[in-house]
Design a protein around this ligand. Structure first.
Ligand SMILES: *[C@@H]1O[C@H](CO)[C@@H](O)[C@H](O)[C@H]1NC(C)=O
Ligand SMILES: *[C@@H]1O[C@H](CO)[C@@H](O)[C@H](O)[C@H]1NC(C)=O
Length: 176
């Protein structure tokens, strides 16, 4: 029995969290051999992948070629959390479900819903449909279409050259 428990654990842990996903982000070092490029890292605090500008050399372990590869490698497939990676306060079954406590709203996460703090969720949603005071929000192509390019922090220099980074509470976007 103990043997089984151990072997299951040894098998599951690397699948759920590949080496590197929990490491701190390293932007690398500038060097003459390699140019800078956009790469993606897994942010443990928000439990999501965000772009950063890799300087070209001395790449850290928490670094992936694309958003999809990063998410596949690092984010557990069935994980759901409310905006800002905050905990849900109960489950529910449809948007507008009355079973959620006052101050929380039912947010669907696949087939079931979660009661999420309404104020945080509204603020989170607003930050994820960003607007620019000047110019347009920079988008990027994903398999399902174009979406706003959302980064974690302007200090990660993920905005394409010629655009301006705008920092929000949790994440940042680019205006051009
Ligand atoms: C340049 O990038 C390549 C590919 O990512 C890497 O293998 C190589 O080590 C880098 N060069 C240096 C000097 O770090
Ligand atoms: C962005 O990064 C800077 C420098 O690392 C840090 O001081 C700041 O708190 C970060 N902002 C957010 C919103 O995470």
């Amino acid at each position: 029995m103990l043997f089984f428990a151990l072997s299951i654990q040894l098998f599951i842990i690397p699948v759920l969290c590949q080496y590197g996903c929990t490491s701190e982000l390293k932007l690398g070092k500038q060097c003459s051999q390699n140019k800078t490029s956009t790469k993606w890292y897994f942010d443990s605090k928000l439990s999501f992948c965000y772009p950063y500008q890799f300087l070209g050399c001395e790449e850290g372990p928490n670094s992936f070629e694309s958003s999809d590869i990063c998410l596949e490698s690092c984010k557990p497939a069935d994980q759901f959390s409310c905006g800002g990676n905050t905990d849900a306060d109960g489950v529910c079954f449809s948007p507008g479900d009355q079973s959620c406590k006052k101050g929380t709203d039912c947010v669907m996460g696949g087939t079931i819903g979660f009661c999420c703090n309404k104020a945080i969720q509204d603020e989170w949603n607003k930050e994820h449909s960003p607007q620019c005071q000047k110019g347009k929000v920079v988008q990027f192509k994903q398999w399902f279409g174009m979406t706003p390019l959302i980064g974690r922090n302007c200090s990660h220099k993920f905005c394409p050259s010629g655009s301006t980074c705008v920092q929000g509470k949790w994440t940042a976007h680019c205006c051009q």
